[in-house]
Design a protein around this ligand. Structure first.
Ligand code: ASP
Length: 717
């Protein structure tokens, strides 16, 4: 299998040239795979400038921001730029009605004012190594999935330990191409990351949900942080004695702007794509999974949006939660639309039919792969009903009414209390720990939570039935509305004062009361519906589908070598490249590649909180006070689009020009691109970047924080 796989890779790298525009490439493999294409498209730097291990390179400035976004180092004192939406929950956590940084923005005028964010991480990749051969060494060709998993687990531990030992850094290993390849990443993870600046939401989130995933766009989606290290320049927990980290490399910033057809490159950590899934899988997404997600999120957003409009405190409390729910909601909506419009099922069908016809004409291939697709389709069909429950676990339990998750925190207290061998002192300790978790209520509103459960519960109950799944006693009640009313009226877990009183007086014997609490019981029953009734079967089927997908990936590469293959995004460091270009979204329309500050004034609507423009920004616009940040036409450019293949996780990614200078921060994709996690089309898929000059203009002219711009190395074409 391994040899065959490497052979497939060989064939592929020879055939990349015509198609390589699509894809998210692993930085250490740029040289052998796509450097030629990148240069042909206009890149002036080399693969070594992008990724090197014996000298500094651009990769040393690209930072994984708190595991879910990307950021970039722009000064010798570790000033770090990312998106406003990546810093959003941190900005929210520092906001109160008195100091409302979400609303008004925040700017540290000196390092002493920068705000610590305990618990977050900023990770730099030191080295990437291919460890496929070691991971799969001596694994028999006919090894079972369990044997394979066992070996992978053991080898991961061995290789990670060896890498840590030899480098002095941390490391992790990730599978690629569904486990046909393994790469080891040597990393340095920083923990002291402070908030330096954020524009008000009227700039950083301008257009809110209406404009999210949409072009033309006018959002100044950036925020500013700084990495701190100890005196030895090493990662350390927050301490007032820490000093700004001295980066191996920080990027120059180009203030000349971009023109149509300019080469662009996005360097970052895309989270997840599914570019090689089967036709059956795409169909299930379109027909079942996406519709379920959409109706659940429409229900919760209906409640949250209305509550946020009514009350300024709720607006702060629910700001980050609302964004988390609405961002994917709108993406899935666009994704389904795009996949239908661009015939994803038919496209998958033509790939699968071509595959079948090629193997039918070749005895050896037929022997290896003849039953592969029918088996994969069968397993995926069998998985559907279990996936419906899994989907509801995510949409109801994890993204729905919060009390369900909060109740889980009390499991341990009940278990300890019910165990006679546990000492009272241990139970008291646990109780005190839980008293310390009452901070949960800072961002919780019982009425909002209850209305979310009311809006969602019937969908869950109904679909569990439709797909022939088991249910919980709560979901089988005839009057779900009455059940929810009673739950919120009786539970001690939905009210801070009640819970505090309960915990303060808590004794071992009170565990019974918790077990009888309707929120506690519902949370437990819902989890057990999945964990006990669904997961066991689903995990057997997923192990089968994992192994078939691994084979399917390899089979596609072998049988259809003329197609482009790049590993799906998996939160690891990637490079994608393209050109600054507009597109035709639909009949009769054509989009320009950039937007300007005049567009913000066109969109201004003081009666709509999504499109408010601050007086200060208007003043700067009226005076045309743009300084060196103006375009050579005199206008202030805000954002531009390009044909880079990006995904979630690329939020905050640096966008570079042909010389490797920073021209913007990637923050979104257009409506027609939301399908690119499953199917990329370079004619219409565009990533959206906030022009770096708009970022600098806001810092300098709007916020009066020129000292931050002064830390950067500005260059011109
Ligand atoms: N705005 C996007 C996100 O939230 C970035 C993208 O997916 O292109 O993840």
């Amino acid at each position: 299998m391994k040899i065959k796989f490497l052979v497939s890779l060989g064939i592929i790298s020879l055939s990349f040239n015509a198609f390589a525009h699509e894809g998210m490439w692993i930085p250490s493999m740029i040289k052998s795979m796509v450097e030629g294409d990148m240069k042909a498209m206009g890149m002036k730097i080399s693969a070594e400038d992008l990724y090197a291990i014996n000298q500094s390179s651009i990769k040393d400035a690209v930072v994984h921001f708190n595991g879910g976004c990307t950021s970039v180092l722009v000064s010798d004192e570790a000033l770090l730029l990312t998106n406003h939406h990546c810093g959003y929950s941190l900005i929210q956590s520092h906001s109160t009605l008195e100091n409302n940084y979400l609303e008004d923005g925040f700017w540290a005028m000196s390092k002493a004012d920068e705000l610590p964010n305990p618990g977050i991480s900023a990770t730099i990749i030191k080295e990437i190594r291919d460890v496929t051969a070691d991971m799969l060494k001596d694994l028999p060709a006919d090894a079972s999935e369990a044997q394979r998993a066992d070996q992978i687990k053991k080898m991961t531990a061995t290789l990670v330990a060896a890498a840590k030992e030899s480098t002095g850094y941390d490391a992790y290993i990730r599978p690629f191409f569904y486990g046909n390849q393994f790469l080891l990443f040597v990393i340095e993870e920083f923990e002291d990351v402070r908030l330096v600046g954020a524009p008000p939401s009227s700039i950083g989130k301008f257009g809110y949900d209406t404009d999210n995933w949409v072009w033309p766009r006018h959002t100044g989606d950036f925020s500013v942080f700084r990495i701190y290290a100890n005196k030895e320049n090493k990662p350390a927990k927050y301490s007032a004695d820490n000093v700004p980290y001295k980066p191996v490399y920080s990027v120059p910033v180009n203030v000349s702007g971009v023109s149509e057809n300019d080469f662009t490159l996005v360097y970052g950590f895309p989270g997840r794509t599914d570019n090689y899934i089967s036709k059956e899988n795409v169909k299930q997404n379109l027909e079942v999974i996406n519709p379920q997600r959409l109706k659940m999120r429409a229900a919760s957003l209906g409640v949250i949006d209305a509550a946020m409009r009514q009350d300024p405190l709720t607006k702060i409390q629910y700001a980050a939660k609302q964004s988390r729910i609405s961002n994917a909601y709108k993406k899935w909506m666009g994704q389904s639309k795009g996949l239908i419009r661009w015939d994803a099922v038919e496209q998958k069908d033509s790939v699968e039919s071509l595959f079948q016809s090629r193997i039918a004409n070749n005895e050896a291939l037929n022997k290896n792969y003849g039953s592969l697709l029918p088996e994969l389709t069968k397993v995926e069909t069998e998985m559907l009903s279990g996936n419906v429950v899994r989907n509801y676990l995510i949409e109801f339990y994890y993204y729905g009414p919060e009390v369900l998750r909060f109740a889980e925190t009390f499991d341990e207290l009940v278990a300890l209390s019910n165990d006679k061998s546990v000492a009272d002192s241990t139970i008291n300790k646990k109780r005190d720990e839980l008293l310390g978790k009452l901070g949960f209520f800072k961002n919780y509103d019982i009425n909002v939570d209850k209305a979310i459960m009311q809006a969602q519960i019937a969908y869950v109950a109904e679909d569990l039935k439709t797909f022939g799944n088991p249910s919980t006693p709560e979901l089988q009640q005839a009057d779900l509305k009455a059940f929810v009313n009673e739950l919120y009226a009786k539970s001690v877990l939905v009210d801070k004062a009640k819970l505090e009183a309960f915990l303060t007086k808590y004794k071992r014997s009170h565990a019974k009361k918790l077990e009888a609490d309707p929120a506690f019981a519902f949370s437990k029953n819902f989890r057990s519906l999945y964990n006990d009734n669904v997961r066991p079967t689903l995990s057997v089927l997923s192990a089968k589908s994992d192994s078939l997908m691994r084979l399917w990936m390899d089979a596609q590469m072998t049988v259809l070598p003329e197609r482009t293959y790049f590993a799906d995004a998996n939160g690891t460091l990637r490079i994608t490249f393209g050109k600054v270009e507009g597109y035709k979204p639909f009949d009769g329309a054509e989009y320009a590649y950039f937007t300007t500050l005049s567009g913000i004034m066109e969109k201004e609507d003081p009666t709509n909180p999504e499109f408010v423009v601050s007086a200060k920004l208007k003043e700067l616009y009226n005076e045309k006070n743009y300084g060196i940040y103006a375009h050579n036409t005199g206008e202030m450019r805000v954002a531009f689009i390009a044909s880079n293949h990006t995904s979630g996780g690329n939020s905050g990614s640096p966008v570079f020009d042909a010389n490797g200078a920073l021209i913007g921060l990637n923050f979104d994709r257009t409506w027609e691109s939301t399908m690119s996690d499953i199917m990329f089309n370079s004619n219409i898929c565009r990533n959206i970047t906030v022009d770096i000059r708009y970022v600098l203009f806001i810092m300098d002219k709007f916020a009066g924080a020129k000292h931050l711009v002064d830390e950067m190395k500005l260059v011109q074409d």
